[in-house]
Design a protein around this ligand. Structure first.
Ligand code: A3P
Length: 317
């Protein structure tokens, strides 16, 4: 069953239930629901699946929620628009990253089965949290590029828990972390089990490295310069020596840094979809915050589970 709720109105469902994630051809939405209280997002993936026509010049930013989507949106926008705006005049200074690069399921297809996207100038940049298996088939068939970002599951879980907790109605009890932890371990997670989401894009990146670039949040944190170059090359617009000498890479990494974005007025006071404060997308921006929340046995259990799920894939966290 799938009941559609308007995320704008935050009309909460009376009855809660879990829905499996969308698979190709399935009509309906994927509903994320935390039992007994709840916060949710009903995602209109069906419109995207059925109607989105990818173009060869498109760029698709894919991610699980709380993996660094906001950061990568800012980076992608800055890389693709470099040289277009004078220093100090980037739209990133006055618009939230989510307003510059729309989500397929929340922004474009939420209330419109078939939005008119053809008039948008190339390269069109969209984002989605949908799993690889749920993407519109035109994406696979075209030469568009996919950039995926994932994050250490422990940090992603903590970040997600904080985010979702803030979205809860004031009159419901806080979301107990122990319960969320159990959900996560059993695969009840926004947009499907963590491991399925990551492995879907990971395998696609191995099979088609020119089409799918697989990034990790932690790697970007460790060496942003290297990854900005890698990203620009992957997108077919490498930084020239002249651009490097003019400090473009440094400028982009500073513009998109956590501290800079978090402290911009638009991200301190703005709201997304009239509902979510932009500030919610900028919490700590650190690697390893999970250690402040997970007990040793929880961490051990999750690490073991990940070893099992990712065994043989060549991917580690
Ligand atoms: P934390 O909750 O751990 O702080 P998403 O953008 O996918 O929703 O992910 C949000 C997470 O990315 C949050 O993590 C947020 O603080 C972090 N984040 C947002 N902007 C960032 C940036 N510019 N650099 C690093 N991390 C950032």
């Amino acid at each position: 069953t799938s009941t559609q709720y308007s995320i704008n109105k935050m009309k909460l469902p009376v009855k809660t239930s879990w829905h499996p994630w969308l698979h190709k051809g399935e009509v309906g939405g994927y509903t994320q629901v935390y039992e007994g209280g709840l916060t949710f997002a009903t995602v209109r993936g069906a419109g995207h699946q059925q109607h989105f026509q990818a173009e060869d010049t498109d760029i698709l930013l894919c991610s699980g929620p709380k993996s660094g989507t906001t950061w990568l949106k800012a980076i992608l926008f800055a890389v693709m628009n470099r040289g277009r705006y004078a220093s100090g005049e980037s739209p990133l200074l006055t618009s939230g990253p989510h307003d510059l690069i729309p989500f397929m399921e929340f922004d474009l297809y939420m209330h419109n089965e078939s939005p008119d996207l053809e008039h948008l100038p190339p390269p069109r940049i969209f984002s989605t949290h949908l799993p690889y298996a749920s993407l519109a088939s035109s994406i696979e068939e075209s030469n568009c590029k996919i950039v995926y970002i994932c994050r250490n599951p422990l940090d992603q879980l903590i970040s997600h828990w904080h985010f979702v907790s803030k979205l809860r109605r004031a009159n419901v009890d806080p979301l107990p972390f122990e319960q969320v932890f159990e959900y996560f371990c059993s695969g009840k997670h926004n947009f499907g089990p963590f491991w399925d989401h990551v492995l879907g894009y990971w395998k696609a990146s191995l099979e088609n490295p020119n089409k799918v670039l697989f990034l990790k949040y932690e790697d970007l944190k460790e060496d942003i310069t290297f990854h900005l170059k890698r990203l620009a090359e992957f997108l077919g617009c490498p930084f020239s020596m002249e651009e490097e000498n003019q400090g473009f890479i440094d400028e982009i990494s500073k513009l998109c840094s956590f501290e800079n974005l978090k402290n911009l007025d638009i991200n301190k006071t703005g709201r997304r979809l009239d509902m979510i404060p932009n500030s919610m997308y900028f919490r700590k921006g650190e690697v390893g915050d999970w250690a402040n929340y997970l007990t040793a046995s929880m961490a051990e259990r999750l690490e073991k589970l990940m070893e099992e799920k990712f065994s043989g894939s060549g991917l580690t966290f």
